[in-house]
Design a protein around this ligand. Structure first.
Ligand SMILES: Cc1cc2nc3c(=O)[nH]c(=O)nc-3n(C[C@H](O)[C@H](O)[C@H](O)COP(=O)(O)O)c2cc1C
Length: 419
């Protein structure tokens, strides 16, 4: 069996069952998402740091304006007054999403990865604005990520597209799914798809920092499929995390999954937002270089390359311009760690790296090299060029390799070819 033997049925439409996962901040670019959409699959963009991403894409000035507005707080660890202008958030979100969906050319779909943990110092209101603006802008689907999202559906229940857009959730256990469904049943709005993210995924993990390796995606997917059957619910299940070859993907489709979500292989595609030298770092990585740590200020474990520049940050918190991870009340564990390090520093001593990372700055500057566990196998997916660098495959090449490959074979890209 190959992936092309299967189709994903969603919202009355049929898709190639390959979903490119959301990768913030702007790693899953408009161009990457559109590549999947053109080929009949599903591509995600992410609204992580959307105002910053707009500034980079359209030369707007949301970040500098906000930084100026709150300049007085630059040396103040209390960031409770540093707030986003909700009209600006809505404007940026609409602009970014309209820019992406207006370029659709295929039969696929563009979904938005929306992380609940981007609390922006006003969790509910900002989430409501982000989701509503995305629906206004014509997004095909919303993937609720990074959190249990228990109240998220309530926030948009009055939106005219609440029942027409596709809405999915990312979970890592049956337990989390059951909790979410209880709430969704009350609104009579079940999710349209369920992404089951296992312990080998990139980004944040829904497992403990010490026991993540004791879990296994196949087992969790089986548990989720059994649970849905028992509950008489026909919701498409989409496994994610460590699905590296087309054959890996076909195995999940054969066992009853409706599609697969993949990301790591696409992170080094030409269309992905990481700078080229960082893509080379990913391809050169060995298994020992890939770590799961607690440096993220979200409280979730995160997988990243051990040489990520952000792990040696000791920069002043940058919440006046960014501030996407400020909890209600203006707290962030990076601020606490930074000011603690400042207090304990002896005069004349250099400030050492703090145990947390300024994730907003790190992700914005592509200094936090989050990645999936399989990153060490990326060198098997491409070839070395005469100058020693690796050839970066196109997203279309990777997509078609997932769709048509047999026996775990990986088709290598060729120099000079566009696909
Ligand atoms: C570089 C990178 C960044 C990611 N960023 C996010 C993110 O912002 N939000 C999210 O929900 N998942 C994120 N993920 C997880 C992916 O969307 C996806 O579910 C997972 O990585 C799939 O596993 P794979 O990378 O082994 O294919 C990220 C993954 C990678 C590799």
């Amino acid at each position: 069996m190959i992936v092309d033997n299967f189709r994903l049925q969603l919202g009355g439409k049929e898709f190639i069952p390959i979903v490119i996962g959301g990768m913030g901040v702007n790693i899953s670019t408009t161009e990457l998402a559109l590549a999947a959409e053109k080929l009949g699959g599903v591509g995600h963009i992410s609204d992580a740091e959307v105002c910053y991403v707009c500034d980079q894409t359209f030369s707007s000035s949301y970040v500098s304006r906000k930084r100026k507005r709150y300049a007085a707080y630059a040396n103040n660890p209390d960031k409770s007054a540093v707030l986003f202008d909700l009209e600006e958030v809505a404007e940026a979100q609409k602009r970014y999403i309209e820019h992406t969906v207006s370029q659709k050319t295929g039969k696929g779909a563009i979904f938005l990865n929306c992380m609940e943990k981007l609390t922006m110092n006003n969790a509910s209101e900002t989430l409501k604005v982000r989701l509503s603006a995305a629906l206004d802008a014509g997004i095909d689907g919303l993937t609720l990520a990074a959190g249990l999202n228990l109240r998220t559906l309530d926030l948009i229940q009055d939106h005219p597209r609440f029942r027409d857009a596709q809405i999915g959730i990312i979970i890592s256990s049956v337990r989390a799914l059951a909790i979410f469904l209880k709430r969704a049943v009350r609104l009579n709005r079940l999710p349209d798809y369920i992404i089951v993210e296992g312990p080998l995924a990139g980004g944040h993990l829904g497992f403990g920092p010490l026991d993540w390796h004791t879990f296994d995606l196949k087992t969790i997917v089986t548990e989720v499929l059994d649970f849905l059957k028992k509950e008489n619910l026909a919701i498409p299940v989409i496994p994610a995390g460590g699905i590296f070859t087309g054959t890996d993907a076909a195995d999940y489709l054969t066992m009853g999954a409706s599609a697969v979500q993949v990301a790591t292989r696409f992170a080094i595609s030409r269309e992905a937002g990481l700078p080229s030298p960082v893509k080379q770092e990913y391809i050169n990585a060995e298994e020992k270089d890939i770590v799961v740590n607690m440096a993220s200020t979200t409280g979730y474990p995160m997988r990243m390359l051990v040489n990520s520049p952000t792990l040696s940050y000791n920069i002043k918190p940058n919440c006046e311009g960014l501030g996407y991870l400020l909890e209600n009340g203006g707290k962030c564990s990076y601020i606490d760690a930074y000011y603690k390090a400042l207090e304990t520093k002896k005069p004349g001593e250099k400030l050492t790296p703090v145990e947390k990372t300024c994730l907003c700055t790190g992700m914005a500057r592509y200094d936090c090299w989050t990645c999936g566990h399989m990153t060490y196998r990326l060198k098997d997916t491409t070839i070395r060029l005469a100058d020693g660098s690796w050839l970066l495959p196109s997203a279309e090449h990777i997509f078609l390799d997932y769709q048509f490959s047999k026996d775990h074979q990986i088709r290598l890209p060729e120099p000079g070819k566009s696909v």
